[in-house]
Design a protein. Sequence first.
Length: 135
Amino acid sequence: LVAWYFYKKGKQAPTIGQIPIDPGTGTGTGTGTGTGTTTGASLSDAELQMLAGQIKQDCIGINVFANHDTDLYTRALSLSNTDFVRLYNTFNLMYQGEYEETMRQIINDQWSMPYSPFETVKEAMVLRFDSLNLP
């Protein structure tokens, strides 16, 4: 228990700042500086916080045999580029300090059965992170 405490204490990952949103394309800059913008946003901050919380709940614990809720990730994938970057920023603001990983890292670290529906949406999420320059 003591070793685990010091391992976690030493593992403190630097938090990234809010990813600015390019108003022309709605994509993130990937720099981790700035406050972003809500140009082209269609979801309220409260809706983004709720979706971020639901994704976090789905990612905690071991879900290898109990499938993930793929509807959450499908909903995230259906967001506009602007809202997707805002969701990423919201998730990181709310949970990166606690879990020491970004939304991308947490989702990418999730395990599930090969060829499961979650593996398909997980791949799509990673591709979306890449296309929007989200570290």
